[in-house]
Design a binder for this molecule. Structure first.
Ligand code: NAP
Length: 458
């Protein structure tokens, strides 16, 4: 794939960027490796100061960065600016809390292990490679980079090929804020070259956020090299609505859950599983509101849903919907490609999916919702758990017994009750099953790329 910005709202190329040569890649890996040594001479306080400075750079440029994000991947401008601001919060969070998250922890009662003192400490692993997707071009990177750099690691970024301008902004951000040269560098390379970087002895670990095939390939190479890997992959999150819930509120939030980021979020509610008693009420409100969404130019502040980020992304989505339609599913709204330039797709709600429909098992990465009528809570849980994914989930209920039932039964990395899944730097984030392994964010995400060193003293 060419490394290029192609505006999804017009389909027109805006900027084509030459990939890095093997010599340039080698130089950047070497610089990152040297930066690990330089970072060892720094204190957490110093790194926190630089992290705050990097946050300020983003804060000051949030409007321009928002525009860049929208031009590169098509999300509505207000959401792009909000993404930049969210990065600022996460950077300040890790600047403030890393000392606490990485503090030495004494082992209680050291005499039990024959020691006068025993404790654990967190140390950086070294150079970490991050392979990142385009759907949140800044946020996905920052939520890895802020904790990793604060812990004293250096980072190399292989960003998605369709967001090179975001990748280049990030390339210089941390050095501009004061971090040592090489502490964070972008590699402008294709997916096929990632294996060589993982295998490089100077690279200690890798994290990937993206699709299942990419995850499988990166995990295989990392496994072969016996290197630590964290994977944040796809999801087809269930959004369950029970009769005790505020159904109107659930329908309203469901629209946002499914269409935020033009429907291209791993943690979007994608499958709406509704108890038969309230199914019609929910389906009517949800489909009506989805049909009313304002689809259009993502730079127009009134737009609620912009285009898909790539042409192939739209083709994949169209294929999933047409597969369901051809097998007898009911399209309640949408299911059409609007007649306009760019890679738009109408917000869509599909009901009565036959078991053979691909959407039963596969992730729809765009504004396409599937509706399921559940006979009872057992049926709702069965449908919720029937995909190979296990990223997050949402349950709408005001019945404590029902809440406990779903909390225990849902196969997912998170459960949001009476709300939609959102990532917060304070909350651990990640999945089970084929949604990946390892966690990002909070303390646990920072510790993924640390050596937990046990110290025993006689
Ligand atoms: P993708 O094709 O897997 O791309 C993600 C990144 O992996 C890009 O940098 C891509 O580079 C690279 N890549 C692709 N194939 C590779 C390979 N064989 N080896 C090494 N690197 C490779 O993902 P996408 O389709 O653009 O993004 C959507 C997917 O990401 C969805 O499934 C979504 O659910 C998931 N996602 C998950 C999370 C999460 O936190 N769990 C968050 C966001 C998105 P190129 O661009 O150069 O191909």
């Amino acid at each position: 794939m060419a490394i290029a910005t192609v505006n999804p709202a017009t389909g027109k190329p805006e900027m084509i960027i030459e990939p890095h040569t093997p010599t340039e890649v080698e130089m950047r890996i070497a610089e990152a490796s040297q930066a690990v040594r330089a970072l060892r001479e720094t204190t957490l306080e110093q790194r926190a100061e630089w992290m705050h400075a990097a946050a300020t750079i983003i804060e000051d440029q949030a409007a321009g960065l928002g525009e860049l994000i929208t031009v590169e991947m098509g999300k509505p401008i207000a959401q792009s600016v909000a993404e930049a601001q969210k990065c600022v919060k996460a950077m300040r969070f890790y600047a403030e809390y890393s000392a606490e998250f990485l503090a030495d922890a004494p082992i209680e009662d050291p005499a039990r292990v024959g020691a006068s003192r025993a404790w654990t400490r967190y140390e950086p692993l070294g150079v970490v490679l991050a392979v990142m997707p385009w759907n949140y071009p800044l946020w996905q990177v920052i939520r890895f980079a802020a904790p990793a750099l604060m812990a004293g690691n250096a980072a190399l970024l292989k960003h998605a090929s369709n967001v090179p301008q975001s990748a280049l902004f990030l390339d210089t951000l941390f050095e501009r804020a004061g971090f040592p040269h090489g502490a964070f560098r972008t590699l402008l390379i294709g997916g096929a070259e990632v294996g060589r970087v993982i295998a490089d002895p100077r690279v200690a670990a890798v994290t990937l956020t993206g699709s299942e095939p990419a995850g499988r390939s990166v995990a295989a190479i990392a496994g072969d090299q016996l290197k630590k890997v964290v994977l944040e992959l796809g999801g087809s999150d269930p959004f369950l609505v029970m009769p005790s819930a505020d159904v109107a509120a659930a329908a309203e939030v469901a629209v946002r859950a499914r269409t935020s980021n033009n429907g291209q979020s791993c943690i979007a509610g994608k499958r709406f599983i509704v108890h038969a008693e309230v199914y019609d009420e929910f389906a009517d409100a949800f489909a009506r509101r989805m049909s009313e969404l304002r689809v259009g130019d993502p730079l127009d502040p009134a737009t609620e849903v912009g285009p898909l980020a790539t042409e192939t992304g739209r083709e994949d989505l169209v294929a999933l919907v047409e597969d369901a339609r051809s097998k007898g599913a009911t399209i309640l709204t949408g299911g059409v490609v609007p007649e306009r330039p760019g890679w738009f797709y109408a917000p869509t709600v599909i009901a009565d999916l036959p078991d053979a429909a691909r959407l039963i098992q596969e992730e729809a990465f765009g504004p396409v919702a599937t509706l399921y009528r559940a006979a009872d809570r057992e049926d709702a849980l069965r449908i919720a758990n029937q995909t190979p994914f296990g990223l997050s989930s949402a349950v709408w209920t005001n019945d404590p017994a029902e809440e406990a039932y779903f909390l225990a039964g849902l196969e997912a990395g998170a459960v949001f009750i009476n709300g939609m899944t959102v990532s917060y730097q304070e909350l651990p984030f990640g999945g089970i099953k084929r949604s990946g392994f390892g966690r990002e964010l909070a303390a646990v995400g920072q510790r993924e790329f640390c050596n937990l060193k046990t110290v025993w003293r006689a």
